[in-house]
Design a protein around this ligand. Structure first.
Ligand code: ADP
Ligand code: MG
Length: 695
């Protein structure tokens, strides 16, 4: 039985059982579902005559002349002769007396190990061995490698070898697993059965069978993730069906007029995203949409238009209250920047725009809050101050969250209390589409994957230490020509305090020793918000030539005259973050540059930094980062909602799309899964196992 406790079926010690429990493995099913992390192909036998001292050799033959001697300090030395059709070779095992009980002359065995050439003799040095059986577990085939429990006492260790030894004899019990995946899906996707997949994942017959097993088990995980996300979205939308929710009607004529007056033409990608948003706004359930677009791709204008059309919706609402819009951004500087942009673009219209930030006096805040509550302000742009106690709206219809990646996930709940407004997230973290489908599976996603025309390319260079002074001198020239510079200090893992110290020292060094005739500014996370704002303001007003900063600079600032971005210790940052930094320049008419300073010559780092030189698109870079470092490294595992999958790789876009399509189909055919009880049971279990990831 699959739910038989392992204590009833395994011949092992209670110490081992205790450890298994700590690994969450109690029953036969648990053990069979403990999948290998990797494989080693030991299926090819080499004739003894061809053994090599360079590689691991796997040979199959017969043991003879087995004998044990004790050498100095009582250490056991076992020797034997090994013979196959091609030749014989000596085997020497050091300090493994128990082998005398395990082997005898005439045994047919498979050996796997290194061959040494010493003192004029060639011999196998302490090879791994296994007797020839109908099914090998330890060598002579593709062998599985498992994560091992990390304990000191090797005698009781749940080692990879131990697991192979215990799993193989019970593997036939995989036949007891009931198939839950509908036959249609298995046929359509040409996938093997669950039983077969579980057997093959542990002890594959060949590499092709292993691939099929991985595909099937990985598909299942992704399928359940997608099914869950899509089901959540569907349930959410359905829950509004009976509510007599006002639907908006977009004033198309107003939209046309606005676009005519805009000094530029929207890109195709902007138009597409905008239309997706406008469609959503007219639906009887709240929008939940994420717009992904590279830095500078023009997300703000989409937000501006959505705000305009929301506030001045066609006035056919049942209970007419003028709809309000809130726009939340992570920093005060950005709030002010947006405030300016919105005012400029919306000034011809009868719309009252308000700014709400933490640095306002209590009196100022009170009056704004009052206006929001009474419905006198139409668009409120602010920082976290927008979701503080005491904030209320008369009729919040649309909530926009800019630089969404800078916030947690809590605002959604928070905003729900204002009658579930339409939600629009904007993010400049260009996550590959397939990964986004997994992480943000319950949201709709629009992508702005096109830059406004005429955007200049930023020249990116990797600068070795030997070129540092040249670079400084060149920068001085540029500053004399009127340009401005950002210098980002490396990411230091330890603490804010150390980081602040490091950036302060660097700032002082640069000011004193390198750029003594220029004006430098310093920015880091320990400064008060007002101090940071002041510094950015000075930089904007050109009172400062060079801004030395920690990574706090990252978010959406627009300073067109800054044309040089110098990043120290560039190898310490992820590609997406480097790309964000680079996006701070190239915003004006002048040619801009990004210099990546590094001392590292490790091939991985070089590869990543070279990608920065070669690629200008954040989407391309995020794909590369994902491949080079894996999703956990790139996005941080738990906080970003990246699920911990056992089999599937989140960089496998092809399989993700398959899973997505099948999940969509399933929800269309049978949204309650009532026709597929096995699938439903497994799906519910999958969800309960991953509490939190499905939050
Ligand atoms: P982001 O997507 O990083 O938030 P912004 O919305 O700040 O980018 O846009 C960057 C700049 O590009 C702004 O100055 C904006 O006015 C300009 N812009 C946006 N869309 C277009 C367009 N279609 N054509 C030309 N310039 C545009
Ligand atoms: Mg922006």
């Amino acid at each position: 039985m699959l739910n038989t406790p392992l204590s009833k079926i395994l011949r092992t010690t209670s110490a081992h059982l205790k450890q298994l429990k700590e690994m969450g493995i109690f029953t036969v099913a648990d053990l069979l579902m403990y999948f290998p992390r990797a494989y080693q192909d030991e299926s090819e036998f080499r004739p003894v005559i061809e053994v090599s001292t360079e590689e691991v050799n796997i040979v199959k033959g017969v043991i003879s002349n087995l004998n044990m001697k004790h050498v100095r300090s009582g250490m056991a030395l076992i020797k034997a002769l090994f013979t196959d059709q091609s030749a014989s070779i000596e085997i020497i095992w050091f300090n493994r007396p128990y082998i005398m009980q395990q082997l005898k002359n005439g045994d047919e065995v498979i050996l796997s190990g290194k061959v040494k050439f010493e003192g004029g003799r060639v011999f196998f040095a302490s090879p791994k061995f296994e007797k020839v059986k109908t099914e090998q577990a330890q060598t002579g085939r593709i062998i599985p490698k498992y994560y091992q429990a990390d304990i000191k006492d090797s005698k009781y260790k749940i080692s990879s070898q131990w697991l192979r030894d215990k799993i193989q004899p019970i593997l036939y019990m995989a036949d007891l697993f009931e198939e839950y995946m509908p036959e249609e899906i298995l046929n359509e996707e040409d996938m093997i059965s669950l039983k077969e997949a579980i057997k093959q994942i542990h002890f594959p017959s060949n590499l092709e069978a292993l691939e099929k097993a991985k595909e099937r088990l990985g598909f299942d995980e992704l399928f359940f993730l997608q099914l869950n996300a899509l089901k959540k979205k569907r349930d959410w939308q359905m829950s509004w069906i009976d509510e007599a929710r006002d639907t908006m009607k977009i004033d198309r004529e107003l939209l046309e007029r606005f676009l005519l007056n805009l000094p530029f033409k929207l890109t195709k990608a902007q138009v597409k995203s905008l239309h997706e948003v406008l469609e959503d706004l007219q639906k009887p359930y709240p929008m939940l949409r994420l717009i992904q677009g590279d830095v500078g791709s023009g997300k703000t204008i989409v937000a501006v238009i959505a705000s305009l059309l929301t506030v001045l919706t066609d006035k056919n609402l049942k209970n007419y209250e003028r709809p309000q819009v809130s726009i939340m951004v992570p920093t005060e500087i950005l709030a002010k920047q947006h405030f300016k942009t919105f005012n400029k673009l919306l000034s011809p219209y009868d719309i009252r725009i308000e700014l709400l930030v933490g640095s306002f006096t209590a009196k100022q805040k009170r009056s704004i809050l009052e206006n929001m509550k009474l419905g006198l302000s139409d668009v409120v742009i602010g920082t976290h101050a927008l979701i503080q106690e005491g904030v209320d709206f008369r009729n919040l219809a649309l909530a926009i969250i800019d630089e969404q990646h800078r916030f947690g996930v809590k605002q959604r709940e928070y905003l729900a209390k204002f009658g579930n407004p339409h939600l629009l997230y904007l993010t400049a973290t260009p996550i590959p589409r397939t990964l986004a489908l997994t992480i943000y599976g319950d949201q709709d996603i629009s992508v702005i994957d096109e830059m406004p025309p005429g955007r200049q390319e930023i020249i990116t260079r990797i600068v070795p230490e030997s070129k540092r002074l040249d670079a400084y001198n060149w920068m001085k020239e540029q500053v004399k020509k009127g340009r401005q510079v950002y210098i980002i200090c490396p990411l230091i893992d330890e603490s804010d305090k150390i980081e602040v110290k490091a950036v302060t020292e660097e700032y002082q060094r640069l000011q004193k020793e390198i750029f003594s005739e220029l004006k430098l500014g310093l920015l880091h996370g320990k400064l008060l918000q007002a101090e940071k704002d002041m510094m950015m303001h000075k930089f904007l007003e050109k009172e400062i030539d060079i801004l030395v900063s920690t990574s706090v600079i990252e978010v959406g600032i627009d300073i067109p005259n800054a044309t040089i971005m110098l990043i120290e210790g560039a190898e310490r940052f992820g590609l997406s973050q480097l790309h964000q930094f680079r996006g701070r320049v190239g915003r004006g008419e002048h040619q801009s540059y990004c210099f990546l300073f590094t001392n590292s010559s490790s091939p991985d780092n070089v590869k990543r930094l070279k990608a920065m030189v070669q690629h200008a698109s954040g989407f391309d870079l995020s794909e590369i980062d994902l491949k080079l470092r894996g999703p956990g490294e790139v996005y941080g595992v738990k906080q970003s909602g990246i699920p911990d999958l056992k089999m599937a790789s989140l960089s496998d876009g092809r399989l993700i799309m398959k899973a997505r399509n099948q999940a969509e189909k399933m929800l269309k055919i049978d949204p309650s899964l009532s026709r597929y009880p096995n699938l439903k049971a497994k799906f519910d279990f999958f969800g309960s196992e991953r509490e939190g990831y499905f939050a």
